[in-house]
Design a binder for this molecule. Structure first.
Ligand code: ADP
Length: 286
């Protein structure tokens, strides 16, 4: 169980990235969904002990994360948004190196571990290739392999599918879904489909605040029957924005479609729409 309580953070430039964030997260795949600049990475880096908060607390399985960083790191697997450098070192060598850092000193044990990880993330056939030459999807799969070293009980994955093509994204999400359900996995993303495909629990964060919290099924039930859609001309969108609680406007087959939130039938040619996580996301971030 991960308990984040009243966490706030203001950067030296005055940007308040986290505002009184409170979240209790249990075992399973948790989706932290929010637009760019919402504060997701700030929260992920704070949980991963890479930066401090101004106030609040984080406790994971009895470990006070903000004061006992070393203890948390022993049980943490972290896939950052950007690795930064991909050295001219093979995936296999790099995994050996990281495994040694994490204390897997026995050669036989380490060899078996590295081989199993390379197979698990489907990189065994590319094990001798330099990381620098890996594709985006391969880099992310390598990222998961290194995060899994040391049997972590908490895994943080920060915007893993941004920049992956659809096939790479599918492969990566399938891999994520295989990670055990008996540990806490936090997936931070701005991609609604990642959360609807993978997560059994979620929060939406915007402007540094948690604006919605629940499981996808419960949230969908909450919005069912309250989302209405209509095809409109492109230049009419502003009118609907002013006169209705506009959730989103999007192109569909070259035509503009608006979705609005209304607890009663708004009439005026609107049709009831099956609520999706995308509706819930846009209804809460604007
Ligand atoms: P997200 O991961 O959701 O895109 P971030 O946590 O990266 O959001 O950023 C939240 C806000 O904090 C943004 O306005 C961003 O510009 C700002 N920010 C992030 N990191 C820093 C930093 N090191 N110094 C100053 N501002 C930062």
């Amino acid at each position: 169980m991960l308990q984040i309580s009243n966490l706030s953070k203001t950067y030296p430039n005055g940007v308040q990235a986290l505002k009184d964030v409170t979240l209790d997260i249990s075992n399973g795949m948790f989706g932290l969904l929010g637009p760019n600049g919402a504060g997701k990475s700030s929260l992920m880096r704070t949980i991963a002990t890479l930066q401090d908060a101004d106030s609040g607390s984080i406790v994971f399985d009895g470990i006070d994360v903000l004061t006992n960083k070393q203890e948390l790191r022993k049980t943490l697997g972290y896939l950052p948004q950007e690795f930064g450098v991909y050295p001219k070192v093979s995936a296999e060598e790099m995994l050996h190196y990281i495994a040694r850092l994490k204390g897997v000193n026995n050669d036989k044990e380490r060899n078996e571990l590295v081989k199993a990880l390379l197979e698990q993330v489907n990189l065994y056939n590319h094990r001798s290739k330099f990381l620098a030459g890996y594709s985006g999807g391969m880099k992310q799969r390598f990222g998961i392999a290194q995060a899994l070293i040391g049997n972590p009980r908490l895994i943080i994955v920060d915007e893993p599918t941004a920049g992956l093509d659809p096939a790479e994204r599918l492969r990566f999400n399938n891999l994520l879904s295989e990670i055990g359900e008996n540990i806490v996995v936090i997936l931070s993303t701005h991609i609604v489909d990642d959360v609807s495909e993978l997560c059994n629990d979620m929060a939406i964060i915007a402007g540094g605040r948690v604006v919605k919290r629940g499981n996808p099924e419960g949230l969908l039930n909450e919005y069912q029957g309250k989302i209405w859609s209509k095809r409109v001309a492109k230049d009419e969108v502003a009118h609907y924005q002013q006169n209705y609680q506009l959730v989103l406007s999007k192109l569909s087959g070259g035509k503009m479609v608006v979705h609005i939130y209304s607890e009663v039938d708004p009439g005026n040619g609107f049709e009831r729409e099956r609520a999706t996580l995308e509706d819930i996301y846009f209804a809460n971030i604007s």
